[in-house]
Design a protein around this ligand. Structure first.
Ligand SMILES: C[S@@+](CC[C@H](N)C(=O)[O-])C[C@H]1O[C@@H](n2cnc3c(N)ncnc32)[C@H](O)[C@@H]1O
Length: 295
């Protein structure tokens, strides 16, 4: 594990100063793979299908290392800035604890950790981890412009270098889909979350309305990969990987089942912006009670 703390300097994070539009009421939503047609039909609990997208650590790390210098710019441009609102919604729906510690897994360039940093009390510890050093370095550089220390930790989400129950809140934004073994990543997140602590997963999904989904999929498959690769000046086809990984990632009840199986309960799913993204929030089940109830 490599960790470093960005120098605290004074300032605020404008990204967290205004609230996003309200997402729909929490619920467990349908599985996007039920209705896409070319994808395996799920719609119920069960193990995820073997991924066909190459998510090996070297490939994913190399891809993000390559796009790191233009990652934030590409995000803002391709989402029209909506990604900023989604992170604010995440912080509003899964607020920082009054005291204790927050871990942002797959933190990338730190946008979610920084949004939490702007909202959390001064003595709340904020840790941001990722296995791609160039992404972390950019996060640390951005944090120097804000008034709050964040611990930046270089680590694989499937083997987190933290103690059991170390965190009150664990978050992951647009990262879970990239972890080679989703269940293993979730199990690690469960291990480091305190009983009763919360997990917030912000992830891309596909619109539920057939008409919107059809238009979105056309853009997602035909326009976004070309545009994204050009904007991010990327030779490893990161933006084709984006649409492929989103389309095959479990959503709705299948994702909720994985979250529960990892040791969380009270799973709530909130579609954002027509379901282009989904915020999933869950509570860490009491590990001792789980052990007792399972004999
Ligand atoms: C799409 S970026 C998201 C970054 C950030 N959370 C955001 O909201 O912009 C995905 C990040 O996940 C990281 N990642 C993917 N697999 C990982 C793993 N197994 N362990 C740690 N980080 C991982 C990548 O390095 C990348 O920085």
């Amino acid at each position: 594990m490599t960790s470093f703390v960005a120098e605290p300097v004074h300032g605020t994070n404008p990204a967290a100063e205004t609230a996003a539009g309200r997402p729909g009421e929490p619920s467990v939503i349908a599985d996007q793979t039920d209705t896409i047609g070319k994808l395996p039909v799920g719609g119920h609990a069960g193990p995820p299908p073997a991924p066909s997208v190459d998510k090996s650590g070297d490939r994913v790390r190399g891809m993000f290392a390559e796009i790191a210098p233009r990652y934030d710019f590409a995000n803002r441009l391709l989402s029209g800035g909506i990604d900023v609102l989604w992170r604010r919604t995440t912080v509003r729906r899964a607020p920082p604890p009054a005291a204790g510690a927050i871990l942002d897994v797959c933190c990338g360039t730190g946008d979610l950790a920084l949004t939490y940093a702007a909202r959390a009390a001064a003595d709340v510890r904020i840790v941001a981890s990722d296995f791609c050093r160039p992404m972390l370095d950019r996060g640390a550089a951005k944090a120097r412009r804000h008034g709050r220390p964040i611990e930046w930790v270089e680590a694989d989400a499937m083997a987190l270098p933290f103690a059991a129950a170390e965190f009150d809140l664990v978050t992951v934004a647009f990262g879970l889909r990239n972890i080679a073994d989703t269940s293993r990543g979730l199990a690690e997140m469960a291990r480091v979350t305190k009983s009763g602590g919360r997990l917030a997963i912000l992830e891309f999904s596909l619109p539920r309305s057939a008409a919107i989904r059809a238009g979105y999929l056309w853009y997602f498959r035909n326009v976004l990969p070309r545009l994204g690769n050009a904007v991010a000046r990327n030779g490893s086809d990161a933006y084709a990987y984006l649409n492929q990984s989103v389309e095959e990632f479990p959503s709705g009840e299948r994702l909720a089942a994985l979250v529960r199986a990892a040791g969380f309960e009270s799973v709530e799913m909130m579609p954002l912006t027509f379901g282009i993204a989904t915020l999933t929030i869950a509570a860490r089940a009491d590990a001792s009670a789980r052990g007792a109830s399972h004999g």
